[in-house]
Ligand binder design. Sequence first.
Ligand code: ADP
Length: 219
Amino acid sequence: MAKKQYAVIGMGRFGSSVAHELSELGFDVLAIDADEHKIQDVSDWVTHAVAADSTDEDALRSLGLRNFDVVVVAIGEDIQASIMTTLILKELGVPEIIVKAQNELHGKVLNKIGADKVVFPERDMGLRVAHHLISPNILEYIELSNDYSIVEMKAPDFTIGKNLLKLDIRARYKCNVLAIKKGSELNITPNATDVIEPDDVLVIVGKTEDLSELELSYA
Ligand code: ADP
């Protein structure tokens, strides 16, 4: 299978981090930014780097963006430019458009005009930090929808030596243990009789409000 071709528009902190990681993972990346200096900064480590204004339809067309599998729009502050760029990419027929949103309203507009995925990096990182603060056991926090989330938490002391049946997380907190991590091993089909050991990590899914209760009780 041919390797996917990626383009990232906007070489701010978020865009350059996405472009850098894709390059590190061995993918071809076209980096675009209106600012020549930003392009010079990234040109050493991306496959191609081009200075262009992404609100210029002709410029995007001549860069052949319709031939890319995925285009990431990482324009931060200029919401108008972000929306116009997304619209142009949509009209060019880019198969997958991922856009960074500044706020909920921006996100709604992007969804309406056909962005395939809208990401809120600052908001999501803020959520993670907050959850880690209220309970240092929380290693990872992922919002699945408005109502449901997944948390990854260090097995707290009182769970050690007990099995899932005894802990009864499903009945007590209305949450499900999806997986138990033991070092690099991931058990994705935990049984009721599986005993939690020190340094285990539990991956739990549930309603966000129920998970919060669980997090707080573990804190
Ligand atoms: P972050 O918060 O991720 O650092 P910024 O808003 O600081 O994001 O950076 C966004 C980048 O997008 C900047 O480098 C800016 O030059 C670039 N940018 C803004 N508008 C356009 C545009 N119309 N075309 C191309 N690049 C743009």
